[in-house]
Design a protein around this ligand. Sequence first.
Ligand code: NAD
Length: 472
Amino acid sequence: MKAHDGMYLDGDWRPSAGTETIEVVNPADEQVIGVVPAGTPADVDAAVRAARAAFPGWAATPPAERAARLTALRDALAARRDEIADTVTAELGAPLGFSRAVHADLPIAVAGSYAELAASYAFEEKVGNSTVLHEPVGVVGAITPWNYPLHQIVAKVAPALAAGCTVVLKPAEDTPLVAQLFAAAVHEAGLPAGVFNLVTGVGPVAGQALAAHEDVDLVSFTGSTAVGRRIGAAAGGAVKRVALELGGKSANVILPGADLTRAVKVGVANVFANSGQTCSAWTRILVDADRYDEAVELAAAAAAKYVPGDPRDETSRLGPVVNARQRDRVRGYIERGVAEGARLVAGGPGAPEGRETGYYVRPTVFADVTPEMTIAQEEIFGPVVAILKYRDEEDALRIANGTVYGLAGAVWSDDEEEAVAFARRLDTGQVDINGGRFNPLAPFGGYKQSGVGRELGVHGLAEYLHTKSLQF
Ligand code: NAD
């Protein structure tokens, strides 16, 4: 797609108040593919004012009419499916097949789910002698990252609009083009002017101005724990609602009776998808001592099938990571793993063969990882798997719960009840049992430092509502 040189504010594309711009780079070949405006605090202020002005009208729009606009938004996104996939591949570097099946189809499904929920949700309920009204919170400031760029936009904007809130979105600087596509779809869907506004820009300027704006009622942020912590602290000080979706270091616990081949193969695929840039990725594989060596061999063999390649090539399963900083960060973690004594069984810190141009990382598997190592504790956000050995179930539980994070996880067993009993003891917001399928209606969010609040489905809608009780 061609980049817009404006911001989508109050129902139209308008020039930025400033002159700074952001170059969008294709991580597969390091070429500039577009230029977008770097929004200023004045742009953010104009967007918040537009959202505030549109709020009473949108909040008063009957839910059935809001649902109709969301259906139109879903349809507008669906009509642009190929353009969305091509754009995400160009600015993020995800393989084209993955971009179609996940980066395009998942947000289309989530937009559709909120069209249905807007129509069916009980915005009023009876509690004894009270009528409880579920009212929209107000103006939402949404700040999103680059790793699932359209999904993370839709997972905030669709429930906010379904609830009757109005929105200002500040998308990640690496992936603004798909955010512009989203704004075009909003326009096509006929949402009233000011209900949705887009300010592209850098985090410390436009993001900071949005998070700190006194006329924003709720800040919803997805990204790093470092930034999330600051946004949460500022929101606390201003007594405003905040939702934080942060990092993860999820455990893939393979219990002794499980199908080891399948669990390891699916586990490696789970981490290498999207070049490892998934906050819920199961980056730690936990295996019992008896089958540890076999699991390591299986993981190394699985990793060998992921040859880094051009994401536009339909046969590529592993593209580059998003930018040079991320590549250096991931390679730094691989070096750290080696330095701390973990055993490389696939990959390593250097550039993959023949991939010196582009931000490529070798798909990497570490064995002999111990729980206190940096690569077992910190979110790497690259195609790197750590395999840890446990003594017994209690040890596995202690290791699985032994990080500051708690976003996702997996448990494998030949006895589903045993797997569920283990999952109940995990301090984490989601657990997939024996490779369970992703459910776009299930609440998604973190325990511990993985975040505050939930996205998706009815729980995600409730985040954008507050209650008023009328007593009779
Ligand atoms: P980041 O937290 O810096 O960026 C996320 C979003 O926040 C972007 O839109 C950015 O512009 C904005 N932002 C940055 N600084 C801000 C500020 N001071 N105030 C307001 N908004 C601000 O994340 P990143 O630098 O893109 O990635 C760094 C690391 O974060 C990754 O390596 C990964 O570990 C983690 N991460 C996690 C997720 C997730 O889904 N949980 C997503 C992306 C990155």
